[in-house]
Design a protein around this ligand. Sequence first.
Ligand code: PDD
Length: 282
Amino acid sequence: QWIYMNGNYVTKEDAKVSVFDHGFLYGDGIFEGIRIYGGNIFKCKEHLDRLYDSARSIMLNIPLSYEDMQAALVETIRRNEMRDGYIRLIVSRGPGNLGLDPERCPEAWVIIIVEQLAIYSEEAYRNGLVSVSVSQRRNIPDALNPKIKSLNYLNNILVKIQANLAGVGEAIMLNAQGYVAEGSSDNIFIVKRGIVYTPPCYIGALEGITRATIIELCDKLGYTLKEEPFTMHDVYVADEVFFTGTAAEVIAVREVDGRVIGSGAAGPITSRLLEAYRQIVE
Ligand code: PDD
């Protein structure tokens, strides 16, 4: 396994960052999770756009041009002979002295890891996940905006811990007003009477690239899609619930907080969207 670090390719054993790296010390940095399907980078432009937007928002100077970043991704995939897998692209503020001032960090660090991906079983895609809502609230957009895919994932990790304690694969996070925001690392959709709903991102959700792809697919397949705030009540009475994410793709939910959703397996619209999604990526 070859890992890209600031223009060099190093082995997994040699891929080490400094304890003075501000990504490590303060979570000061950004990242992307990207899929490789059949040797191609899926939605490369969308992921790089989001990365460069996150960088701009936090005044992080990425030391590579957009084109050079793209070339680095391609070269890392080639060196690892990866046909299907997952890319973790990280840009950290880089090493600097203690103290959270980013001006202490002369140079951002760019790291690219490509790996095989352990995803949900096919059984989970057919029968759906069990999920719960958790007490942890989503960062609100006027504090640390969830649109920034920052290395500071504690908010989401606390949700993941609550999911683990409940023994479920993914949990549902609300915003401070009690509206459904998203999962720990996935966006959420519900279906009611044939209409597909997802929370608008201003509620407190990452602008997921899979989410955007599903919105496009709804249009293509003739499903009405509404970006509207909704509550846990709407989730409980939904005909279908599913999560979307780069890693998860489109995964059905069969039970939430003890309420059985629809028929208790992946619903027809969820299954149709998953099928259409897989047709795009394959
Ligand atoms: N997830 N919400 C959060 C908080 C996320 O971390 C992610 C990404 C998503 C889905 O976004 P996208 O469809 O662009 O992946 C939503 C991880 C990193 C992943 O699935 O790879």
